[in-house]
Design a protein around this ligand. Structure first.
Ligand code: MLT
Length: 397
């Protein structure tokens, strides 16, 4: 008889965004004419930058000709892709070797898959509220979750607690879901903590392109010593609109060693065994997104989402509702008005105004009483959703 991974039974019934989809599907079935406005999952709405489309077309043409056709890619990443990431980091003064850069199908994949190089049953520290995939991937791996709650009092970006030890810690800055950012001082404290505990930081930089306060580091490697204690996981989903196209990258520094083992060597062994990498066409699109021309086009799209975030913040200001985020992140993290729980507010907003958001409690216990809004819808739909949101908030005061 097959022996199963019973850790799956410790998970909540379904993944947060699937639960929301199911609730929305039920609502739609009962109300087929409802004009639903989605500010829930952080899915982009603007098309890919022109530089990416041009690169994809050219790559497709190469695949059509015997002389330029490409078969299996390098599992860890094509040379031109690694060089594009290397040049992107060099602009911020972070020097990477091509061999430290790995391609992926997006941050979500590697945030969980990276657990393969650590032992099972280890302690994973999760700074909450947190992207639910961190917790779920660790539960599936049979790891112990150590929860470190944050709150408005620490700007939802806590310092490490010297009394808490763990094998790994997930840090996401700018943060999903709170939109909070970790200052240089806070990241320095986390690097010092990881060095002292011999832990590894898994730094999720998926939202780095939204940083407008230039004192905030975009990469953990802007902090001295981070190459000896941190892996960085990043994605082009939010930077370049790749939620449907699926490309990300992971950095595992050569200097990073634990128990006499090179984490880079383990990850090379893992990737070359478990994946054949990403397609040539998408790798070309991703390299184009990171080029100066592509990045400028990405930033034009990001400016539209930032304006959407401003519209949501203005709506909350107009009704005196507390929120954080929105400035350096595509997420606005608001307090539920009227003392409602996160799911009560979700239901009220859906049933009364047909607006979909994400309940804060889905990101950890300390998210209870909060609610996340994304800035990724169109300006027109965001403006309409902001109006409806303000109406519901006003009715609760
Ligand atoms: C979110 O809404 O939290 C993200 O879009 C989910 C993801 O990146 O997988």
């Amino acid at each position: 008889m097959a022996s199963m991974n019973h850790h799956y039974t410790e998970l909540q019934d379904s993944y947060l965004f699937r639960t929301i989809d199911q609730k929305v599907a039920e609502y739609k079935e009962a109300n087929p004419d409802a004009d639903l406005l989605k500010l829930g999952i952080g899915d982009v709405t603007l098309p890919l930058p022109a530089a990416c489309i041009e690169a994809m077309h050219a790559a497709v043409d190469e695949m059509a000709v015997k002389e330029t056709f490409h078969g299996y890619p390098a599992e860890v990443g094509a040379g031109f892709f690694r060089e594009a990431v290397q040049a992107y980091y060099a602009k911020r003064g972070v020097e990477l070797e091509p061999g430290e850069i790995f391609n992926s199908s997006g941050a979500k994949d590697d945030l969980g898959d990276i657990l393969d190089i650590f032992s099972r049953g280890m302690n994973a520290l999760v700074l909450e509220p947190a992207y639910p995939a961190y917790v779920d991937a660790n539960v599936i791996s049979g790891n112990n979750i150590v929860h470190l709650p944050s709150s408005a009092a620490d700007d939802f970006a806590p310092y490490p607690d010297a009394n808490v030890s763990a094998d790994i810690v997930y840090i996401c800055s700018p943060n999903n879901p709170t939109g909070a950012t970790y200052t240089r001082e806070k990241l320095e404290a986390w690097v010092a903590w990881a060095q002292e505990k011999q832990a590894v930081i898994i730094f999720d930089a998926a939202y780095e392109s939204f940083i407008q306060d230039e004192t905030i580091p975009h990469s953990i490697y802007e902090i001295e010593g981070a190459k000896e204690c941190a892996i960085e996981v990043c994605s082009l989903s939010k930077t370049a609109g790749f939620t449907g196209t699926r490309v990300g990258y992971t950095i595992v520094p050569m200097e990073l060693e634990r128990e006499g083992l090179s984490l880079n060597a383990l990850w090379v062994r893992n990737r070359t065994t478990k994946t054949n990498g990403i397609s040539y066409v998408l790798a070309r699109a991703a390299a184009a997104a990171l080029s100066p021309k592509g990045k400028a086009q990405c930033m034009e799209n990001i400016a539209v989402y930032k304006q959407n975030a401003q519209v949501l913040m203005d709506a909350l200001d107009s009704v005196g509702v507390w929120y954080s985020g929105g400035k350096n992140a595509p997420y606005v993290w608001m307090q539920c008005p009227g003392g409602l729980t996160s799911w009560e507010f979700f239901d009220k907003l859906l049933n009364e105004e047909q607006v979909i958001g994400t309940p804060g409690s889905g990101f950890g216990k300390c998210g209870e009483g909060y609610f996340r809004l994304t800035a990724f819808n169109t300006p027109e739909k965001t403006a309409e959703a902001a109006k409806r949101l303000a109406r519901v908030c006003a009715s609760l005061q």
